[in-house]
Design a protein around this ligand. Structure first.
Ligand code: 9WN
Length: 423
């Protein structure tokens, strides 16, 4: 296999962040197993170690709840370098976990790992995939039951942390309605590891923890949470990833699933694709979220507006419009598609999800562009991300205007993205 210039370093990061079959996003700043990080990391492992790729997914599933939800953090081993820890979540699950979820990249990763295993002729792969396929299907059922009770064909987040884009400007208006009062004492650890100016603000954390307090008081019951939620957004990024993961499970079901499972997955897929297609805004050349409290579209530009490309086949007019819009966002930028475009008044090139470039987000956008026929543009974007990683290191994210590496360093999903995008 051809090795990339920094491939040894990328593999060394995954080895260093290995805590026994699961990978922490980075040492100290994020000392547990995170849901969508691990799914991307599994795809990185699949490049050179399929057995370890399966282990990553299997260890994540140790945290799956009986109702099917795959939590956003699995606290396999104690650590005091992160807030909020298991005591704040109070979920009382047999393996301590948080009480919320994250984007369903799991199903995408499972297909990827399974196909890598078949290509490598790995023994026992089909049996391992089957177990994980059942777990993924249970989690997709949870998504549609718990997070689309109105049958919109769109799944909702009840906490910004669920989106994976914690302090995105997309949440500003909705989050402002959430009180800053908390019953939990807030003891942030993140700003002890990285510069506070690159992290969410204290007021964001107060609202984040208010939401955790609210849902803990609901006993983590999905129906009670849905009713009590002061923050409820039908999210196109989340829905697109779920729809794409559903398509990937459909592919696996062709050889591993029952007829009932195939039918069920097709119905889910149709429902999600129809909901998503409805979120296209021709006047903005992108897809938009729906705030289920105000019942208004969220027009703030963020990367989420492009993620539906991973799940939908656009018509020619949409394709032309979205490519022009992506080019507009790239204009004057040094690396990748930013999380917020520089022409937006909310743009802050160094503050977490308010401008910086994330390798895994660019991975999704490029995948979607490619599926919709824009191979050259996808390749161009990927190359800027790979070059930024090669010169700045495996950082958590990058300043789009300079390519400077920011946030935590030696980051697992950046290492995984490098190995996949660089090929
Ligand atoms: C909260 C681990 C996670 C990522 C998220 C990213 C950040 C956590 C935090 O780190 O979120 O889940 O404490 O900031 O926003 O996407 O999964 O890398």
């Amino acid at each position: 296999m051809t090795m990339l210039p920094k491939e040894d370093a990328a593999r060394a990061i995954l080895a260093r962040n290995d805590r026994g079959g699961y990978t922490v996003p980075t040492d100290r700043l994020y000392p547990f197993q995170w849901n969508w990080d691990s799914a991307f990391v599994a795809m990185g492992f699949a490049v050179f170690d399929v057995d370890r790729a399966y282990r990553e997914l299997e260890r994540l599933i140790e945290g799956q709840w009986d109702d099917g939800m795959i939590p956003h953090i699995v606290f396999h081993a104690p650590s005091d370098t992160y807030f909020p820890g298991p005591d704040v979540w109070g979920t009382r699950h047999r393996v301590p976990t948080s009480g919320i979820t994250q984007p369903a990249v799991f199903g995408m990763a499972l297909r990827h790992v399974h196909e890598a295993a078949l290509a490598a002729g790995t023994a026992g792969a089909t049996e391992r995939t089957k177990v994980l396929f059942k777990a993924a299907l249970r989690s997709h059922r949870w998504w549609l039951n718990a997070r689309d009770p109105e049958g919109l064909g769109l799944v909702s987040i009840l906490h910004p942390w669920e989106s994976g884009s914690d302090n995105s400007p997309a949440w500003d208006e909705a989050l402002a309605r959430v009180p800053t009062t908390t019953t939990t004492a807030i003891r942030r650890k993140d700003t002890g590891h990285v510069d506070a100016s690159m992290r969410p603000r204290d007021e964001d954390y107060q609202r984040f923890i208010h939401l955790v307090d609210t849902y803990r008081d609901c006993g983590w019951d999905p129906t009670r949470q849905w009713e009590a939620a002061p923050f409820k957004i039908a999210d196109v990024q989340m829905t697109a990833i779920l729809a794409r993961a559903t398509a990937d499970l459909m592919r696996l079901a062709e050889t591993l699933g029952t007829d009932e499972e195939k039918d069920e997955l097709s119905r889910m897929h149709e429902r999600l694709r129809a909901g998503l297609a409805d979120r296209w805004r021709p006047d903005l050349s992108r897809f938009v979220n729906l705030d289920l409290i105000s019942r208004r579209d969220i027009e703030t530009p963020t990367q989420a507006g492009f993620i539906p490309l991973v799940a939908l086949t656009l018509d020619d007019a949409q394709r032309t419009a979205i490519v022009a819009e992506v080019e507009r966002w790239l204009s004057g930028m040094f690396v990748g598609v930013p999380s917020t475009p520089s022409f937006s008044p909310t743009f802050e090139p160094k503050r977490y999800w308010r401008g910086p470039v994330w390798a895994v987000i660019n991975w999704l956008i490029c995948d979607g562009l490619r599926l919709n026929g824009s191979e050259a543009l996808a390749r161009r974007i990927e190359q800027t991300v790979v070059q930024a990683i090669e010169s700045a290191g495996f950082c958590e994210y990058f300043d789009p205007t300079t390519g400077e590496g920011l946030g935590g360093d030696t980051f697992s999903w950046t290492a995984a993205a490098y190995m996949v995008l660089g090929r």
